[in-house]
Design a protein around this ligand. Structure first.
Ligand code: SF4
Length: 349
């Protein structure tokens, strides 16, 4: 049955597989650097968005050596808008390890790839399969869905993950495992979609237990999720008379680690009672009408924003703080939530 599945899927892939900027043309081996870069980007965004960032990164840093030589600030700034900044820091760290410890060549096997910064089980398997044709099962959300349906795995997630991983590993063929990995991804993205799988168009319909059950769309069984908690805070946009704005760098570890931010209060479960107690300096703060809302993976954030003009001799506070020109905000390593804060202030002028 596994052989039939892989043969049918590869035949389908040869005709219907997506043409993507990081994929090799038929008969050619994909560049491991491009595969790794695209897989890290695709963990958190759509193919269309990842494509734009991928092209920009590749133009600026065409090889892993050039990326390793870039500063972390440059990489974080180029990553801005993709979210999950820990991944950008790991991307940079990984490039440096590949250059320092592997002479600029990505290792070929799954275990060695998994030792690199920011490369988890999925990415290691995807890079090994796609770039080196190693028979590894790369199970992302799309593949998880296809395999759960194909084998009618009714155990809810996340308990089903090891079952799905094992079932996926059984399907990987010895011939063309890299194409097979990409074919499964494409089938999940194009045909076996979350709400309305197009079973009549699917090359695996004859082998699919989920289809035979009559309701494959119920698989994989998702855990019940409560609503995301909300957090609240106040953010301060201090602008000097020479046009510079006060920012600071966040701690390297944790949410938005290493990114720049405008001064803000703690983000707590209730709006701050007197937000101005968190102001970074004494000034005639005015509350900007409205608020900024931003959704993180585990919580939604609501910020009130306070703006003030301060003199050119405003103190530089401690070393974590700095003043940067308002025109330079566009290129700075500001996360999306802080870009929203700046846009909110500037839109009220
Ligand atoms: Fe998914 Fe339907 Fe294909 Fe089964 S037959 S893998 S449910 S699209």
């Amino acid at each position: 049955m596994e052989d039939r599945v892989s043969a049918a899927l590869l035949d389908w892939y040869d005709v219907h597989g997506r043409v993507l900027p990081w994929r090799a043309s038929p008969g050619r081996r994909a560049d491991p650097y491009a595969v790794w870069l695209s897989e890290v980007m695709l963990q958190q965004t759509t193919v269309a968005v990842a494509g734009r960032y991928f092209a920009a990164f590749l133009e600026r840093w065409p090889t892993v050596e050039v990326l390793a030589a870039a500063s972390l600030d440059e990489v974080l700034a180029a990553w801005a808008g993709l979210g999950y900044y820990a991944r950008a820091r790991n991307l940079h760290a990984c490039a440096r390890v590949v250059v320092a410890d592997h002479c600029g060549s990505f290792p070929r096997d799954v275990a060695a790839l998994g030792e690199l910064p920011g490369i988890g089980r999925y990415t290691a398997a995807a890079v090994a399969a796609i770039a080196f044709d190693v028979p590894a099962a790369a199970v992302d959300g799309n593949v998880e869905r296809v395999v759960a349906r194909l084998q009618e795995i009714t155990t809810p997630l996340p308990e089903a993950k090891p079952l799905i991983q094992r079932a996926a590993a059984m399907l990987v063929p010895a011939e063309r495992p890299g194409d097979f990995a990409q074919a499964l991804m494409d089938l999940g993205a194009l045909v076996c979609t979350p709400r309305r799988p197009d079973c009549p168009a699917c090359p695996l319909i004859a082998a699919c237990a989920g289809f035979r059950s009559g309701s494959p769309e119920r698989l994989p069984v998702k855990p019940r999720r409560g609503d995301k908690p909300r957090r609240f805070g106040a953010c301060f946009f201090a602008e000097r008379s020479d046009g510079a704005v006060l920012v600071r760098r966040r701690e390297e570890r944790g949410l938005l680690g290493g990114m720049l931010e405008f001064p803000s209060s703690e983000w707590g479960p209730a709006p701050p009672g007197d937000p101005l107690t968190a102001a970074p300096l004494a000034a005639a703060w005015r509350k900007v009408p409205g608020q900024v809302e931003h959704s993180f993976t585990h919580f939604d954030l609501v910020l009130t924003v306070h703006a003030a003009h301060v003199g050119a001799a405003a103190p530089s506070l401690d070393s974590a703080w700095r003043w940067i020109a308002v025109e330079a905000l566009e290129r700075a390593a500001l996360p999306s939530v802080m870009r929203k804060v700046a846009a909110h202030v500037l839109s009220t002028r």
